[in-house]
Design a protein around this ligand. Structure first.
Ligand code: BGC
Length: 592
């Protein structure tokens, strides 16, 4: 990390008008702002929400887009200071918004791999694929400790235990930010501060009811190594803690995060997160700025945010000292990252670089897949042999979209292979090495087979739309994220029992088994689910999580090139009764 040039920041700050300061604190979404407005409103940052991309969604399109914003932001004249803009994206399992990116396993699979060195290499490769798009900032890592697998964001969590999340926080932040000189690193963002994984019933954006001692022990703990590693930004969480929304929680944002833990970067709010603080928008802005949010993700109504904040400062409800502190923090991050010395995106060494989606990066992803698979059962059905006649069935068998899950090009993910360019589905990987294999999309069986590989599990989802709730619809209220994306308000399912959510998966397994063919089930999911019936009906059962674009990592292990080594970082449930003992304990995972 470069030493921070405080005199320069002092000098800039002393020349800034209130409008320039508040503009620096404002982060609109790309669909709602063009370069001229970035210049005229002195905007500090722009983001892409999930599923929001420029042009044909190639790295060059991203570089062009950011180049135009950059040029506007750096125009210095009598009215503009020319402070370069930061562009932020959700690169949470690779630079996953972009066509052709290497898609790594979602965090739940990486947790099972238990390999901090691998995490560092994934973060480094991800940083390069972000830099290939001219972008400098990713909203990752997620340091949530998911305590209830009904939460739709469980797959963004490495583990249900804080120690395992903490073990990855440092390496991931270091891998992303690397030298911090902007040549090879990007700015990381630990999220969501704090208690996002602890809500009652696993309800997304819900209420986390815990003593301070337990909040610190479970949910704050993984942030300590991230701060030690120099994480430059932190995102506030939608959830409340004991009834108070984190976006307005002065004790959490200022007293603990900044003063006690010594976090010197800036806090960014989540997508319209401040809207949930009060029915009055002015009051919501006042609460959140004064509580310690520094930059505001106000995707659409950013002008309203700027107007309100300026009025609140002018009327004395927000002290100028708080504004100065927020802007100083933002400038400090830009300075620490070396943004002031960077050339425009089009001229950066890694922009549009060939390493984007490269074989080298895909090899790291494939290694991650191999290490993340957890073998839950094997009655002599594995490993597979290349000269066997293999039936490949199940709705996720030939679907890279299913392997990648949510936050992959589209916010909610996709089905099939069209959207995920590069990599291999499991079917493609099987037939590549077992030429007699047959794909049966509908699970029908014609002829004799040595074994069947049934690839089933959950359909892609993201955030609250992945919640499992006994009844009711997802209430995202005014903060409905990413309006450009397809959104249904129904939760993902009503129960953790997979046989009820997807009866056709069990039917496929049973139909094939009834023909006397041994069945190997590869279960693709964002969380453990109740799968007692599917396990019982299968000869072997592999928890594959959401492995990403490199399906060949799955076949590397199924064909026995390497052994299984993944271990559960989430208990695998036997029944929906929370007091029932799990079917498989933490740390479970068989080997050949
Ligand atoms: C999510 C964040 C994400 C942001 C920007 C929100 O809906 O909660 O995790 O970084 O959108 O896309």
């Amino acid at each position: 990390m470069k030493p921070i040039d405080t005199p320069r920041i002092d000098a800039i700050l002393s020349r800034m008008s209130l409008a320039q300061k508040v503009g620096q604190m404002t982060q609109p979404e790309r669909q709602f702002i063009g370069p001229d407005d970035v210049r005229d409103w002195h905007i500090g940052s722009v983001l892409s929400g999930g599923g929001s991309w420029p042009g044909g969604n190639r790295p060059e399109d991203w570089v062009d887009m950011h180049d135009a914003y950059w040029e506007a932001s750096t125009q210095a004249d009598g009215e503009h200071l020319g402070i370069p803009l930061l562009y932020g994206v959700d690169a949470i399992h690779g630079n996953n918004n972009v066509l052709g990116a290497t898609i790594f396993p979602h965090n739940i699979g990486l947790g099972a791999a238990n390999d901090p060195d691998l995490i560092r290499r994934i973060a480094e490769a991800t940083a390069r694929e972000i830099l290939a798009c001219g972008v400098e900032w990713t909203f990752a890592p997620t340091l949530a400790v998911a305590r209830d697998i009904r939460w739709g964001r469980t797959y963004e969590s490495y583990a249900q235990t804080p120690e395992r999340v903490a073990a990855y926080a440092g390496p991931f932040v270091e891998g992303l930010q690397e030298r911090g000189d902007g040549d090879t690193g990007v700015i990381a963002c630990a999220k969501h501060w704090v208690g996002d994984g602890g809500t009652t019933g696993g309800i997304d954006q819900g209420e986390t009811t815990l003593s301070e001692e337990e909040l610190r022990r479970v949910h704050i703990m993984p942030y300590l190594p991230a701060i030690d590693a120099g994480v430059l930004t932190v995102m506030a969480s939608y959830n409340s803690w004991n009834g108070v929304r984190c976006h307005g929680h002065r004790k959490l944002l200022t007293d603990i995060l900044k003063d006690e833990l010594g976090f010197e970067g800036f806090v960014v709010s989540d997508w319209n997160g401040i809207d949930q603080l009060d029915i009055s928008y002015e009051r919501a802005v006042e609460i959140s700025v004064n509580a310690g949010v520094d930059m505001f993700m106000v995707p659409e109504e950013w002008r309203r945010f700027i107007r309100s904040t300026m009025e609140l400062v002018e009327s004395g409800r927000i002290p100028m000292a708080r504004i100065d502190d927020a802007v100083r923090r933002i400038l400090r991050v830009k300075e620490a990252y070396g943004l002031f010395e960077r050339p425009r995106p089009a001229e950066r060494p890694l922009s549009a670089a060939a390493s984007f989606g490269s074989a080298r990066h895909r090899e790291v992803a494939r290694e991650a897949v191999r290490k993340s698979l957890v073998l839950l059962k094997n009655r002599n059905a594995l490993p597979l042999k290349s000269d066997w006649k293999i039936l490949v069935a199940g709705h996720a068998a030939d679907s890279r979209g299913h392997l990648c899950g949510g936050f992959t090009v589209n916010w909610q993910g996709s089905h099939g292979n069209d959207v995920v360019e590069g990599g291999t589905s499991i079917w493609e990987a099987v037939v590549d090495r077992a030429p007699d294999a047959v794909l049966s999309a509908d699970g029908s069986v014609e002829g004799d087979f040595d074994v069947a590989l049934v690839v089933v599990g959950e359909d892609p989802y993201a955030e609250g739309l992945g919640d499992i709730r006994p009844h009711g619809r997802v209430e995202l209220g005014s903060s409905l994220p990413n309006p450009g994306s397809q959104v249904t308000l129904a939760p993902y399912a009503n129960t953790l029992e997979h046989r009820i959510n997807r009866p056709e998966d069990l039917a496929t397994i049973e139909r094939i088994r009834a023909r006397g063919i041994p069945v190997v089930t590869v279960f693709v999911s964002g969380r453990p689910l109740i799968t007692e019936a599917e396990l019982e009906a299968s000869d072997a059962f592999v928890a594959a999580w959401l492995p990403g674009s490199e399906g060949a990592g799955v076949t590397d292990v199924l064909f026995g090139d390497v052994n299984f080594r993944g271990k559960l970082t989430f208990e695998w449930p036997r029944s929906a009764d929370p007091d029932a003992s799990p079917m498989f304990e933490l740390g479970y995972g068989l080997r050949y």
